[in-house]
Every structure is written in C-alpha cells, then in structure tokens.
Design a protein around this ligand. Structure first.
Ligand code: SAH
Length: 528
C-alpha cells in the first residue's frame, strides 16, 4: 500500500511545485478494494471444461486442460481468431455439450459448432472463464497474474463503452427509421386522400375525410362571427326580408322549410310574412342559439327547429310548400350547399311548391388593373433584389375573393350561366360555357372577374333581386378574381372570346375548380 498523506492535515508552505504528489486517500482505498476483488476472482475455483476437477484459478485451469486433456485453449482461440463473443460461445458450447477435447483441436476453420447465439448464455453461474478476456489470455500466455487482471478490467470497461456506443448508434438509427416510417405513413395517407374516389382502393378513408371536412364546415358555422357578418350584409338580408314581407300572398298559410337556418332569421321573416308553419334545419351548433332566438321572439309555436343535416334527418311533415335557403357561396357555387337544397326540394317540395331564391346568374367581366397585378404577380419578379418569379405558379391558380373597383372593369359583363333552382339538377352545377367579353378600352386585361345575381321571381307580385357585382353596393361575397399571369393586350370594341369550365374539386367537393381558356392560354383556378 502506498503511503498516503492527507492534505487536510498538511500545512502548505512554499510553491505548489515543491509539494510532494498527493494521492487521494479515497481513490487509494478503491484501488485496494479492486485489487482484493481481482485476487478473489483469480482465486475463485474454476471447474474444468472437460472433467469435474475444480482448479484454483483460470491460469491453473488452462494449464490443466493442456496437460490433462491435450487441449491448449489459447491455441484454439488463436486458430479460430475468436473475439470475445466467439470465446464466450466456445466456453459455453464445451460446457453444455460435454464434448471431447480431442475433437476440438481438429475443427476446420470457418464453420464452428458454437456459432449459434444460444451459446452466449452462460452454462455455469459466475463462470470465471467467462470473465476472462481472450485477447488478454493470448497476450499473457502462461503468465496470468494480478496486473493482467486489472488490464483485463480496463479492456472490459472499454468493451462496455464500445458496446454502449454501438447501442446508442443503433437507437439513433432506430429513431431515424421510425421517423422515416412516420413520413411514409403520412405520404401513404396523402396518396389515399388525394386519390380520386372512383380510382381509390380505399373508399372508406375518403369517406372519413369527407366527414371530417363536413365537420369542419359545420363547425365554421357554429361561431357567431360568420352569422354576424351575414346578418350585417344588408344587401343580402334585406333582399330576403323584402321578398318575404312584400309578397305575403306567397307565404300565407304555407308550410315553409328553411334549409340551413343559422340564427333563424329567414324562418322568422317567413313566420312574420304569414307562414302557417316553418321547419328550420341546421346541422351546426348555431341552431341552439336559434332555439333561444325563436323563443325570445315568441315564435316557438310557428317555428320548429331541428338540428341535423337535411340529408340525415326526418322532417315532421311529408311535404312543404316553400323552401327558403341562403345557400350561396363565393362565385355562387362554392360550398356546394345548393346540393343540399336540391336534395330537400326533390324529397319534400309539394307539387306546385317553390324554392326561393329561384333564379341565379353567374357573370364575368374583364378587368384591367395593372396596379393590382403588380402587387400580386409582378411583385415576385424582384423581391428585395431576388427573383422569386417561380412563386407566380403558386399564386396565380388561387382565385382571390376581393372587392373589385368598378372603374377597373374594361368590358361589359356577360352572363355565363343561369340556374333555376326549381328545375336545375345536380349534374348541371358543373358546366362548360363559351363566353364573349365586349372590350370597352384599349388596354391590358389583367384579370377576369366573376360574380352572381340573385332573383326572387316566381309568382311574386313584387319581385326582388340583388347583385354581388362590382358596380353596386358590396356584399360579403365581394367578387371572385381570376388573375392572368401575363396581361393580355386588348382593343376597344374587341370581342374577347373564351371558355369557362366549372367543376367541383373531387378532393374537396365543397370547393371549385374553374378553368379559363382565353385566346391560346389555359389556366385552372381553385377556389378554397
Ligand atoms: N339562413 C341563415 C344562415 C345561412 S348560412 C341566414 O340566412 O343567416 C348557411 C347555413 O346552412 C349554415 O348555418 C350551415 O350550418 C347550414 N347548412 C349547410 N348545409 C346544411 C345541410 N346540409 N344541412 C343542414 N344545415 C346546413
């Protein structure tokens, strides 16, 4: 044992360099303990690999095996170049199979009978042979002593560290693989969801998506904000009110169905206009407010509110005389809520009954607004000195809902489609229409503007209509702008010919895909 001096008991004088090297007494103690441990291990009895003899140490065992069984284990390790695992497997193989020592030296290289991982399992508990490093054995042939034990301890530590590092690397690789798998899953989901339903092998996933989307759609109507915006849109709301209040003969003693009643405003107009009974249906949570609103206005005897999708519920009556609904979306058909009104019409409308509003026009006009074009399209040509023109490919195909200044219109408007809600069928809500825009100015056409007009016409002594066009008071529908990537130069008096295709987006049937063929250019826009 080395002499130890406790620094705490020393008076420190002079330079630190003059000081004798001090060792930490705790470390010393540990070293002693380790040495004792090694010695204990070295003195642990070892059962011979080939007979029942108990030997006093590993080195004694090796000598015994060479002398008594003519098997030099070290030669065997060297011959087969055994690493730690190979050595451990060999020891366990010999112990578990009780094999003959003579057969082992003659084993050919390459195929070893202890290849199986099963031989990693120790046959003897705390087998001192397994706690020995084969490299050490080979390096220390015939001279195993205590110091080699402590080197073997270091080697073991190194091997443990190496194994830990390997485990960590494997864990990292596993984490990366899991991440890749997750990405793959998302990709697969995307493929399924983006597939056209007809071609998809997984219709239930698509149906689920539809349900989720519908949930989001109805959720959006659950918030008061959207209803506030609609109610405050005077052009819209007063048109419905005026139609009903000015045409009481249409409503007197009639049974009315309000498809998508929201706050119940149209139902209350109808009740006030003389309807005998109003059935108000809405799938969104706003209907709970409508229930309170109806009661607050003492109309609960006349108005029956039902929560649910019109397609899912049963009405308390077989037929209704009138269907009222405010179903219009951007560019009229966005939201596809008209589909639900037509469903209700075909199922519940009595012969001779009417759907209001009944007539709708979709119109287009050409616009020349270089400033707006600059802001939205040319902007990308030079962004803080960088060319980001590739962004235009993402910007252009998204139709924009905004208020168009009437003075930027450069053509007469033209109606591209008229819909009669009492007659139209579902398939006609997707259509192709040729159009011609009479250009008024010689300038650049930068966009095509779309909007719609609504008519309460059928059987009305006092017809009511409203427009969502740029020339009249703005509504919450504003206008729908289809920007041209490159402005078209047009001449006053010219007739700009084009073709428009309107269809539902199969990936999201509530949104629309609108394609324009203008001169020799074709561009598809989505409306989301
Ligand atoms: N009629 C109200 C609200 C119009 S907004 C008003 O004029 O202020 C359209 C409403 O229709 C939303 O509240 C929406 O939840 C509801 N709606 C849309 N599709 C529906 C359907 N298939 N079944 C039931 N309600 C529907």
């Amino acid at each position: 044992m080395a002499e130890s001096i406790d620094p705490r008991e020393c008076d420190v004088h002079g330079d630190v360099e003059d000081m004798p090297e001090l060792s930490d007494p705790d470390e010393e103690e540990e070293d002693d303990e380790e040495q004792w441990q090694w010695m204990e291990e070295e003195n642990q009895p070892v059962t011979c690999l080939f007979c029942d003899r108990l030997l006093s140490s590993v080195s004694a065992t090796l000598q015994h095996c060479t002398a008594e069984h003519q098997l030099n284990l070290i030669d065997l390790i060297r011959k087969h170049n055994l690493d730690d695992y190979g050595y451990i497997k060999m020891i366990n193989f010999i112990r578990s199979t009780n094999c003959d020592a003579s057969g082992l030296m003659g084993l050919p290289d390459g195929s070893l009978p202890w290849d199986s991982e099963a031989f990693l399992r120790p046959v003897l508990q705390d087998d001192p042979l397994l706690q020995t490093d084969p490299e050490e054995l080979c390096g220390q042939e015939g001279s195993l002593h205590q110091s080699s034990r402590s080197e073997s301890h270091d080697a073991l530590l190194q091997r443990t560290q190496a194994a830990e590092e390997r485990a960590q690397r494997s864990e990292e690789a596993l984490a990366r693989a899991m991440e890749d798998l997750h990405k793959l899953k998302l990709l697969a989901q995307g493929l399924v969801l983006n597939a056209e339903p007809g071609r998809s092998g997984n219709l239930s996933a698509v149906a689920e998506l539809r349900e989720d989307e519908d949930e989001a759609y109805f959720d959006s109507y659950g918030h008061y904000g959207i209803h506030e915006e609609m109610l405050k849109d005077k052009v819209r709301t007063e048109s419905y009110r005026d139609f009903m209040y000015r045409n009481p003969e249409v409503f007197r003693d009639k049974v009315v169905l309000d498809v998508g009643c929201g706050t119940g405003i149209l139902s209350m107009f109808a009740a006030k206009a003389g309807a005998k009974k109003v059935i108000a249906v809405d799938q969104s949570e706003i209907i709970y407010q409508a229930m309170d609103i109806v009661r607050s206005n003492q109309l609960e005897d006349k108005i029956t509110l039902i929560k649910g999708r019109i397609e899912d519920i049963n009405l308390p009556v077989e037929k209704v005389d009138i269907i009222i609904s405010e179903w219009m979306g951007y560019f009229l058909l966005f939201e596809s809520m008209l589909d639900s009104v037509l469903y209700a019409r075909d199922l519940y409308l009595a012969d001779g009954g009417s759907v209001y509003p009944d007539l709708c026009n979709i119109s287009l006009a050409a616009a020349g607004d270089m400033q707006r074009h600059q802001e939205r399209i040319a902007f990308w040509d030079n962004v803080y000195g960088f060319n980001m023109a590739c962004m235009k490919k993402a910007v252009v195909p998204e139709a924009v809902v905004e208020v168009v200044k009437a003075e930027t219109l450069i053509s007469e408007p033209t109606v591209i489609q008229t819909i009669d809600c009492n007659r139209v069928c579902l398939s006609e809500l997707e259509f192709v229409s040729d159009f011609c825009l009479k250009i008024k100015d010689t300038t650049d056409c930068t966009a095509i503007v779309g909007y719609f007009d609504i008519f309460f016409d059928k059987g009305c002594g006092n017809k009511v209509m409203f427009s969502t066009g740029p020339q009249v008071m703005k509504t919450h529908w504003k206008q729908t702008v289809f920007l041209l990537e490159k402005p078209l130069s047009v001449q006053a008096g010219e007739e700009l010919q084009g073709k428009i295709t309107v269809r539902k987006n199969k990936k999201d049937p509530r949104s629309l895909l609108v394609t324009f063929d203008l001169r020799d250019r074709k561009q598809t826009y989505s409306l989301q």
